[in-house]
Design a protein around this ligand. Structure first.
Ligand SMILES: NC(=O)c1ccc[n+]([C@@H]2O[C@H](COP(=O)([O-])OP(=O)(O)OC[C@H]3O[C@@H](n4cnc5c(N)ncnc54)[C@H](O)[C@@H]3O)[C@@H](O)[C@H]2O)c1
Ligand SMILES: O=c1ccn([C@@H]2O[C@H](COP(=O)(O)OP(=O)(O)O[C@H]3O[C@H](CO)[C@@H](O)[C@H](O)[C@H]3O)[C@@H](O)[C@H]2O)c(=O)[nH]1
Length: 439
């Protein structure tokens, strides 16, 4: 089938490429000419394992194209996906202006001669957005145009997006239009995954409810971690023990500095705002947010207790990305932590396997900070090492080398990557989350 992806950001590029990979013909549209120029030159604007090769092979096979023209995209795709940003407004509610604009732009390019089009929302949007999209397209399109509107939320995780897209746990398709639903089922035929068909409102709600539940699991284990610390228990063992119950599962029970990234913080805020607007305040999610914010304060207190003051201390910071296997620093807890330590007068030597460039461009880190690709180099003369992102390189670090390089071998592990006994044997004074400190 012919597919158009409007918005060639993280979701548009990865999912457009995967649709091409399973045999569809895909045109990716973006209003950012620099991004499209890069892609036309064979450069990939984001770091995502496996993506560069997949883009290249599908471009070479003639199944994947890039353009800045929405009109070209609307003429091309029987199915037109919307994958544009849905950022938060200051009050937490969702800014839907990008979606509204795309709905108008699609409408203005539709003609009765083009034939039936399915307009699919892949962006994360509040329940009832599909109804608004349908109204907007109807209002701005010429008479006689035929279209259906679908919600098809995206569940990919950054860092393993290609695998998540090619082998999803489930595909959710929501629409009140039977013709649109049958085209969507045909589109997803090459994927081996259960397909859940719902009405459009339920599909939209599934996305916010799923992300909120995952964030709830993270805050839950972080709250448990605090109880573990107070009782000399080990949160890793507790997570294993509760996770072995199939009804609970071990995934998303990694205690740490809390969740960040471009999705969870904004989507939890959005779901709180949506529920409130519908007259159903969701206090539980406010508590999830509170616990998440508190994790950072608790961790900083832990460092403060040992260092006494941050001023004039050299701290090695391992991690800038919001999680492993990505160069994305949007809403990164590591960046927030770095800002707090810089504000208190520490000097930082930061490293990250992929996110140094994005962190520099992000521009939020000002003060005494240097960046280095050499993770051991950041330790020379350091008063403390702070681990903020769960990269495997950090988990597999040479502990003796860490101890050798530092001025005082104090390690604060915000992602529980190291083994406390191994750290102790290597001569490190080691603090982590929800595990008794080993001195
Ligand atoms: N990043 C993720 O992991 C992820 C996963 C699932 C869902 N989502 C959701 O998907 C949506 C997109 O997220 P993202 O991370 O891909 O965003 P992004 O910022 O990486 O990309 C969005 C792209 O849309 C383009 N754009 C904006 N207006 C446009 C227009 N009128 N026409 C054409 N292009 C336009 C921008 O230039 C940008 O390249 C959001 O709603 C997000 O919540 C994101
Ligand atoms: O046990 C865990 C798991 C994750 N995290 C943190 O949670 C955040 C989000 O991680 P993850 O969910 O893996 O990354 P995202 O790429 O943001 O993916 C989430 O957000 C996407 C956008 O909506 C959804 O599509 C995905 O299903 C959903 O997992 C990161 O800061 C992680 O460090 C933890 O602290 N503990």
């Amino acid at each position: 089938m012919n597919i158009t992806m409007i918005g060639t950001g993280y979701v548009g590029l990865t999912s457009g490429t995967c649709f091409a990979e399973v045999g569809h013909h895909v045109t990716c549209v973006d209003i950012n000419p620099e991004k499209i120029d890069m892609l036309l030159k064979g450069e990939i604007p984001i770091y995502e394992p496996g993506l560069a090769d997949l883009v290249k092979s599908n471009v070479d096979a003639g199944r994947l194209k890039f353009t800045t023209s929405t009109e070209e995209g609307v003429k091309f795709g029987d199915v037109i996906f919307i994958a544009v940003p849905t950022p938060p407004q200051p009050d937490g509610s969702v800014d839907l202006s990008f979606i509204e604009r795309v709905a108008r732009e699609i409408a203005e390019c539709l003609t009765p001669e083009i034939g039936y089009r399915v307009i699919v929302d892949k962006s994360t949007v509040p329940v009832k957005t599909g109804e608004k999209v349908a109204q907007t397209v109807r209002r701005y399109a010429p008479d006689g145009v035929e279209f259906g509107v679908v919600s098809n939320p995206e569940f990919l995780r950054e860092g393993c997006a290609v695998d998540d897209l090619l082998h999803p746990d489930r595909i959710v398709i929501g629409s009140n239009d039977d013709k649109a639903l049958s085209l969507m089922q045909k589109l997803y035929e090459p994927f081996v995954a259960p397909v859940l068909v719902t009405d459009i409102n339920s599909a939209e709600l599934i996305k916010h409810a799923a992300n909120s539940f995952l964030a709830l699991k993270i805050s839950y284990i972080n709250a448990v971690a605090n109880v573990c610390e107070a009782s000399n228990a080990d949160v890793e063992k507790v997570a294993e023990g509760i996770g072995m119950d199939k009804r609970i599962g071990r995934a998303f029970l990694n205690a740490g500095l809390g969740y960040g990234g471009s999705c969870f913080p904004k989507d939890i805020k959005a779901f709180i705002a949506i529920s409130e607007a519908l007259g159903q305040p969701f206090g539980l999610l406010k508590e999830v947010e509170r616990i998440n914010a508190e994790q950072m304060d608790r961790f900083l207190n832990k460092i403060r207790e040992k260092l006494w003051v941050f001023r004039d201390k050299k701290i090695a910071l391992w991690g800038l990305a919001f999680k492993q296997n990505t160069d994305d620093v949007r809403e990164s807890v590591a960046i927030k932590l770095a800002k707090r330590m810089l504000e208190e007068g520490a000097s930082l030597a930061a490293t990250d396997p992929e996110a140094i460039g994005t962190a520099k461009r992000f521009g939020e880190l000002t003060g005494e900070i240097t960046f280095s690709e050499d993770m051991y180099g950041t330790l020379d003369g350091a008063d403390a090492l702070v681990i903020a992102t769960e990269w495997p390189q950090f988990a597999n670090a040479d502990l003796t080398e860490i101890a050798k390089r530092m001025r005082t071998p104090l390690v604060f592990d915000g992602r529980n990557l190291l083994d406390p006994e191994d750290a102790k044997s290597a001569g490190l004074e080691y603090e982590s989350i929800g595990r008794a400190a080993i001195v």
